[in-house]
Design a binder for this molecule. Structure first.
Ligand code: ZN
Length: 157
């Protein structure tokens, strides 16, 4: 507490070159330091982006190319989608297994994606046509269509 994001960033940047990580000291519990911005508690690296005039659109997340969550060097930051971030973290082995992908897609036997399931439920093609299209069993198609699997996929309409 006490210090503003600006002060934390100035502290992190002190004596560092443009290419080094500007590391903000973690919170006492080891978390990423955050500070209020327009009423919202944002991680300091989010402040860095707003300070250089770069807004993070809602739904998108900040990614660290240096893989150092405490770093707030804008050269090491990029904006991506949540799934890119998860993919990135999972490639780097940073995430526990269960958060690596969506509930349905994490099933190793599943070769369908959420998009496929939505299509299967809406397209009006026959089961045989769909089996041929996706190379999956009759049961897989029927279960997905009936909602016995892929319960996490919203039904449209
Ligand atoms: Zn860095």
């Amino acid at each position: 507490m006490g210090k503003s994001a600006r002060q934390w960033i100035a502290l992190a940047k002190e004596g560092k070159s443009d290419d080094e990580c500007w590391e903000v000291p973690p919170t006492p519990s080891g978390g990423v330091r955050s500070s209020l911005y327009m009423g919202k508690d944002l991680h300091v690296y989010r402040h860095v982006l707003t300070m250089i005039g770069c807004d993070v659109p809602s739904g998108l997340v900040v990614m660290h190319s240096c893989d150092n969550r405490h770093c707030c060097n804008p050269r090491h930051l990029s904006i991506g989608t949540q799934s890119e971030n998860i993919l990135d973290a999972s490639n780097k082995g940073r995430l526990p297994k269960e958060t690596r992908s969506h509930p349905g897609e994490s099933n190793p036997a599943s070769v369908l994606t959420e998009r496929d399931v939505l299509y299967i439920r809406q397209c009006g093609l026959s089961t045989v046509e769909l089996m041929d299209k996706y190379h999956v069993s009759k049961g897989t198609i029927n279960d997905a269509r009936a909602g016995r699997t892929w319960r996490n996929v919203p039904w449209e309409g």
